[in-house]
Design a protein around this ligand. Structure first.
Ligand code: NAD
Ligand code: IPM
Ligand code: MN
Length: 354
């Protein structure tokens, strides 16, 4: 049995997570994957029920699970809480040791959903490898009357371990890493640049280049196809991945995998709780479903992940799209379309009539 801890969270989190879990249940039943799901309070909903965004019971369930599937957290009603829902997210990433956050961006359909010209966007295929448990997110935050500071610290070891993840990923792709920093100003960026250059010596088959983050922000919209793996620190990775996500058409499309040293990985769409559209059944569940597929890839369950990725892509290509992509599909309708494709695939695999 494979235990999946499900943390739906807040806003659209529960809506999109439900669709992902239903896809996984169907796949598990048809392919005997043995997935078992338990649901836990996390984020704002956990503040309401337990007074903290990451209750002990939720943390223990995640530590004991084989993988964690997360929706999204946050909302204005919790912004003034002593510990905000977002702090729970940082805490769980740290507790699970998830230092590498993989955010793949792929432009489908010849790029016509992109706000960029399709001749610029078409064919872009980028993997953001974002360092996830260091940097300014985890330094001291000081807020005094009239003055504030946030401390950004990195150690060589923190940079090395995530750099290895990026180079290994590049080997399995087109073999190029672009490391993004602000080494013309920041000390941490200088450490990043020299450390990544050293790590690169172990991967002579992978090409490495460096780019300042401001220039990178420009280049990802002018020539996104020049990028393969983008390796960067926590805050730059957060910002660049939202920017990159819309090149494919919508932030709602992107899934992610957060990995550490062999413990349970955490899988979540990169978007937030989108409170304005919560409860309307119009949020795009594709990013949540993509995250579920990445989870299956990571768990090594045969071709289960590939089958789910394929069903998701085929659903989008067939024109089933939520309003963020200009369509009129509902969240649940989109999920059901993906499951229909899984059913057809399963009947075909079993040699039965469709
Ligand atoms: P957001 O990602 O929630 O929304 C940004 C924009 O994208 C909004 O217009 C929203 O409607 C749209 N959008 C996001 N996901 C979508 C989807 N699946 N389908 C269709 N449209 C989608 O970012 P925000 O508005 O800056 O933040 C809202 C809350 O979410 C905040 O509390 C923030 O801290 C939190 N947040 C949480 C996570 C997370 O849990 N991982 C990530 C980002 C933001
Ligand atoms: C993300 C989010 C989080 C982050 C926030 C909610 C803390 O934006 O997962 O991208 O900045 O890491
Ligand atoms: Mn973000």
């Amino acid at each position: 049995m494979i235990n999946i801890a499900v943390l739906p969270g807040d806003g659209i989190g529960p809506e999109v997570t439900r669709e992902a879990v239903e896809c996984l249940r169907l796949l598990s039943a048809r392919r005997n994957l043995g997935l078992h799901f338990t649901e836990h309070d996390f984020g704002g909903v956990a503040i309401d029920h337990h007074g903290t965004p990451l209750p002990e019971a939720t943390l223990h369930a995640c530590l004991a699970a084989d993988a964690v599937l997360l929706g999204a957290v946050g909302g204005d009603q919790w912004n003034d809480c002593p510990v905000r829902p977002e702090a729970g997210l940082l805490e769980i990433r740290q507790q699970l040791g998830l230092y590498a956050n993989l955010r793949p961006v792929k432009v489908m359909q010849g790029g016509q959903w992109s706000p960029l010209r399709s001749d610029v966007a078409a064919g872009s295929d980028i993997l953001v490898v974002r360092e996830l448990t260091g940097g300014i997110y985890y330094g001291e935050h000081r807020l005094a009357p009239g003055e504030a500071s946030d401390l950004c610290t990195y150690t060589r070891e923190q940079v090395e371990r995530v750099a290895h993840v990026a180079f290994k990923a590049a080997r399995a792709r087109s073999g190029k890493v672009t490391q993004v920093d602000k080494a013309n100003v920041l000390a941490t960026s200088k450490l990043w640049r020299s450390t990544v250059t050293d790590v690169a010596r172990n991967y002579p088959d992978v090409a490495l280049d460096h780019l300042y983050v401001d220039a990178c922000a420009m280049a990802v919209v002018t020539e996104p196809r020049r990028f393969d793996v983008v390796l960067t620190e926590n805050l730059f990775g957060d910002i660049l991945s939202d920017l990159l996500s819309v090149i494919g058409g919508s932030i709602g499309l992107l899934g992610s995998a957060s990995l550490g040293n062999g413990g349970p990985g955490l899988f979540e769409p990169i978007h937030g709780s989108a409170p304005q559209i919560a409860g309307l059944n119009i949020a795009n569940p594709a990013g949540a479903i993509a995250s579920a597929a990445m989870m299956l890839d990571e768990l090594g369950l045969g071709d289960g992940g590939a089958v789910l990725h394929e069903a998701l892509e085929a659903t989008l290509m067939a024109g089933c799209r939520t309003p963020d992509l200009g369509g009129d599909a509902s969240t649940s309708g989109f999920g059901e379309e993906v499951r229909d494709r899984l059913r057809v695939r399963s009947r075909r695999d079993h040699g039965l009539r469709n």
